[in-house]
Design a protein around this ligand. Structure first.
Ligand SMILES: *[C@@H]1O[C@H](CO)[C@@H](O)[C@H](O)[C@H]1NC(C)=O
Ligand SMILES: *[C@@H]1O[C@H](CO)[C@@H](O)[C@H](O)[C@H]1NC(C)=O
Ligand SMILES: *[C@@H]1O[C@H](CO)[C@@H](O)[C@H](O)[C@H]1NC(C)=O
Ligand SMILES: *[C@@H]1O[C@H](CO)[C@@H](O)[C@H](O)[C@H]1NC(C)=O
Ligand SMILES: *[C@@H]1O[C@H](CO)[C@@H](O)[C@H](O)[C@H]1NC(C)=O
Ligand SMILES: *[C@@H]1O[C@H](CO)[C@@H](O)[C@H](O)[C@H]1NC(C)=O
Ligand SMILES: *[C@@H]1O[C@H](CO)[C@@H](O)[C@H](O)[C@H]1NC(C)=O
Length: 399
């Protein structure tokens, strides 16, 4: 009797899962994103993106309450490391620490488009909010992290893709996810907070003309997104290092039409436009991923016959190509500084030094106009990544 009702409940829940797919506006909890997304990583990321903590949401006390405690921060770092290590194929070798299980789920996820299984870590708690952007927000907003469930020894490029500015840089979360899946890269990290979720000036990057906020994870070191990036860097360092041909840390950004208007895509490695920086970008004895990416992107996008409208597609540049673009070079990006050899305890105050010998080009910062972030460009972008970094699937062994 009990057993029978258990089975009928089970059948009912399976039927509901397939028949009762809510529409995105009515989803009040990120937990429901799993059934909504129906085996599409793109839909899962779009659904989760709608819970990004909106602009002007926090005050001093609610920001404090949303930040991880020391224990939670350690747990967050542990689970990121454990996910990078996963080999099991079904995520069963990843431990979600107890300190996180109130707020986060770790789940296998199969994506039909790339016919690949992933392990996804995402927040499950939400609260109603009044905002132009959404009706519900994450309670914590630490972010989303995804890795392939069976990376194998050869399985993927050791390219770590991230989207630090969800919603502010519209569609970069979805674009990063699509490139991650289609180019079979190693990890996907998406911030859970709008960059101005807490409109309080960061104490980290304070020297530029631009005002940066505490919830901007590219200019503040206390954001969980930055903590996750530090773990990714440490993990990669002890797992073969980051050889130029197969590995990089890539950030996807979006720019407005009026900033650097001559460039549709502007790529940098966190060095600026000073003579020594330009000498680095143009030094042909160095094998610079950003330069390979530029060349691949030019050949894929600028020569494509299927290209939508050449009039809205402008150039693809590095700082050394574009004398008109000096503002989007990412010199104050805290993770960029760290990858470029600046010690962690000084990334807020010290820029990377092109002549230090520490800058290897592993950090790649991609700014792009809206046309480049459209869904029609996903496969072209994936091709650009496959051309720029090799994986073992092209017959080259990934260390
Ligand atoms: C779920 O995906 C399958 C396979 O693509 C499709 O046939 C089905 O219609 C989808 N269901 C919903 C409700 O979107
Ligand atoms: C901060 O925001 C929280 C949540 O919205 C609210 O309950 C609280 O009263 C606010 N505190 C102050 C000092 O404004
Ligand atoms: C918020 O809810 C309203 C009413 O249901 C809906 O029209 C709107 O599209 C929702 N907004 C978002 C961003 O989901
Ligand atoms: C790695 O690639 C080699 C050569 O292509 C192949 O023989 C081997 O089975 C692959 N290993 C895994 C774990 O996929
Ligand atoms: C699904 O895969 C196709 C073919 O690889 C690709 O063109 C398309 O952009 C993918 N869709 C998404 C949403 O990633
Ligand atoms: C190019 O880089 C190499 C290796 O770091 C260095 O020895 C050389 O001086 C650089 N050349 C220029 C023109 O900066
Ligand atoms: C270069 O790297 C070394 C070793 O990590 C570090 O001590 C030094 O401060 C770095 N120098 C610069 C200018 O980044």
């Amino acid at each position: 009797m009990l057993l029978a009702s258990y089975f009928s409940a089970l059948v009912l829940s399976i039927v509901l899962k397939f028949w009762f797919i809510p529409n995105p506006q009515s989803i009040s909890s990120p937990k429901h994103c799993l059934s909504y997304s129906n085996s599409s990583l793109d839909d899962l990321i779009t659904c989760l993106d709608a819970f990004t903590v909106p602009p002007n949401y926090y005050n001093v006390s609610s920001y404090q309450a949303a930040q991880p405690t020391d224990t939670e921060l350690e747990a967050w770092k542990d689970v990121i490391w454990s996910m990078l290590d996963t080999q099991a194929g079904d995520c069963s070798d990843i431990i979600l620490p107890e300190a996180l299980d109130k707020y986060y789920a770790l789940t296998p996820f199969f994506d039909l488009n790339s016919t690949t299984s992933y392990c996804a870590l995402f927040e499950t708690t939400s609260a109603p909010v009044v905002s132009d952007y959404q009706n519900y927000t994450y309670v914590k907003g630490w972010g989303v992290f995804v890795v392939p469930a069976s990376p194998g020894r050869n399985g993927s490029r050791h390219v770590h893709i991230s989207a630090p500015h969800p919603q502010a840089d519209i569609f970069t979360s979805q674009q990063a996810a699509a490139i991650f899946a289609l180019a079979r890269t190693k990890s996907l990290l998406i911030s859970g907070r709008f960059r101005s979720a807490f409109r309080m000036k960061t104490e980290c990057i304070t020297t530029t003309k631009q005002l940066y906020y505490k919830t901007d994870p590219t200019h503040d070191v206390n954001e969980p997104f930055h903590a996750a990036n530090r773990v990714i860097l440490e993990w990669q360092t002890v797992n073969g290092g980051c050889p130029s041909k197969t590995c990089a840390y890539v950030q996807m950004h979006g720019k407005g039409a009026s900033s650097c208007p001559d460039d549709t895509i502007f790529i940098s490695s966190g060095l600026g436009a000073s003579p020594s920086s330009i000498a680095w970008y143009t030094n042909t004895t160095l094998d610079i991923p950003a330069r390979r990416l530029r060349d691949a992107a030019r050949s894929v996008f600028l020569s494509s016959s299927s290209f939508p409208s050449p009039s809205i597609w402008r150039d693809i540049s590095l700082p050394s190509d574009s004398s008109t673009c000096t503002i989007l070079t990412a010199t104050s990006n805290v993770f960029g500084r760290l990858v470029n050899g600046v010690p962690e305890n000084t990334v807020c105050t010290t820029a990377a030094e092109p002549l230090s010998g520490n800058v290897t080009g592993q950090f790649v910062h991609i700014e792009q106009a809206i046309v480049s972030r459209e869904r029609e460009m996903y496969e072209m972008w994936a091709e650009v990544f496959r051309m720029t970094w090799s994986g073992a699937d092209e017959g080259e062994e990934v260390v």
